[in-house]
Design a protein around this ligand. Structure first.
Ligand code: LLP
Length: 412
């Protein structure tokens, strides 16, 4: 079942005030929408500790500490993401080092610390964990294995991760040996089988087959000295970016999971990123000028694909609206960025005919995979980030200065 999304309701006057004060392009996050994203998951799952927000979606420290105030966990796919979560005040015991390709050194660091879970997804990672476990002080480190269930998720090809030909995780036939190696190791306690099917799924059906793959493995491992205790189902729930689309609901996923797991005593962990953060973010950009190109009008803006790359990378159509004023149609314009590439677009076919140079545009639902994928290409300082709540707005990352562009470089 699908329900209407929880959208950011940022007031146009507030966006205009922020743009006046901080310049453009600028990311603006609505803290209340972040809260609503967490509540949707907590209402569905119950225990907040079983919801591990995927840090990669938006790792601004202000955003992370706001999310942490709800008592949820955090999934970090790198040591850098782990360090960000810790810097935001999250305790190690709330952090999962996730099942994304890692160096042996990263695995060893994960095992040395007192993390909630370390998910391993290749043989060299298992070997590194076994080595690090042997010299670990304190209670055994909880570890899991990521399975590649061989399921097509129906997402953009770049965002599918559970197919048989994906680079992530173990084939189901390899799990027993890897699990036994972990079970025999000192300082490790294998608890969890994990998958992540992909991101931006438009249906929950793929979870059904993938859970069944895990359940077969759970059964196969029942009689070992370390039976599986937990399933980690990754992230993946798609959200509405365009008119007519709907969010997938955590409650519907939980229903599927409870149905499949009835009669077992397995616990379940989720790693949502997009479905918590996407709707909370707006990118405010200013129109520099308008250009007629053989009857194809375009607005050239001060924000482009270096600031927000999802259209250029995946053809993702995010809503783009005038900050003040209404959409006008039916004729459409392209919305282009300022850099040196023709593919630098924020969107196409937009009903923005009334928009004039100097006007502000709001690119919607950019709270996930927005700023985190911004680059300095063309030596463009990255945007400011702002967090809004009931008491007003505050800067949670200052706009980069020109000197930031060459920090760490050595001339001559
Ligand atoms: N867990 C793991 C192991 C993941 O790799 C990911 C995302 C998640 C959880 C969170 O998935 P979500 O709930 O956000 O779908 N840059 C792309 C998205 C890449 C996501 C990669 N992994 C985009 O802009 O759409």
């Amino acid at each position: 079942m699908l329900t209407v999304r929880t959208h950011t309701s940022l007031d146009p006057d507030l966006l205009a005030e922020i743009a006046r004060d901080q310049g453009t392009p600028t990311y603006v996050y609505d803290g209340r929408v972040l809260d609503a994203g967490v509540h949707r998951w907590v209402d569905a799952v119950g225990d907040p500790a079983r919801i591990c927000y995927a840090v990669k979606a938006n790792y601004n420290l202000g955003v992370l500490s706001r999310l942490a105030s709800h008592g949820i966990g955090f999934e970090a796919s790198t040591i850098g993401e782990m360090a960000r979560a810790l810097a935001a005040g999250v305790s190690e015991s709330r952090v999962v080092l996730g099942g994304v390709p890692k160096s042996s050194e990263a695995v060893e660091e994960g095992i040395r610390r007192d993390l909630d879970l370390v998910v391993l997804q290749a043989s060299h990672e298992v070997e590194a964990a076994v080595r690090a476990g042997a010299s670990r002080a304190g209670p055994p480190a909880k570890v899991g294995l990521r399975v590649r269930p061989g399921i097509r998720a129906g997402a953009h090809p770049s965002l599918e991760t559970g197919r048989a030909d994906a680079k992530f995780g173990f084939d189901p036939s390899e799990i027993r040996d890897a699990w036994m190696a972990l079970a025999a190791a000192d300082g490790l306690q294998p608890t969890t089988l994990a998958f992540h099917l992909g991101s931006g799924l438009d249906s929950l059906r793929p979870y059904e087959g993938a859970i069944d793959v895990l359940l077969h493995l759970v059964e196969d491992l029942t009689s070992t000295r370390a039976p599986v205790r937990e399933l980690d189902l990754g992230g993946g729930l798609g959200v509405a970016y365009d008119e007519g689309e709907m969010d997938l609901e955590p409650a519907d996923l939980v229903r599927i999971v409870e149905d499949r797991l009835a009669g077992t005593d397995l616990t379940v962990r989720y790693e949502p990123g997009r479905s918590i953060a996407a709707h909370a973010g707006t990118l405010v950009t200013r129109v520099l000028y308008r250009r007629e190109r053989d009857g194809h009008p375009a607005l050239i803006c001060d924000g482009g694909f270096t600031d927000f790359g999802r259209f250029a990378l995946y053809g993702a159509e995010h809503g783009i609206e005038p900050v003040t004023g209404e959409l006008e149609g039916p004729a459409t314009v392209e919305v282009l960025g300022p850099t040196c590439e023709s593919g630098d677009k924020l969107g196409t076919g937009r009903r923005l005919h009334g928009v004039r140079p100097g006007d502000l545009l709001a690119v919607r639902d950019v709270g996930a995979y927005g700023f985190v994928m911004a680059s300095n290409y063309n030596a463009r300082p990255r945007p400011a980030e702002i967090l809004v709540d009931d008491s007003g707005w505050r800067v949670v990352r200052v706009r980069e200065a020109l000197e930031d562009l060459w920090r760490g470089e050595i001339a001559g």
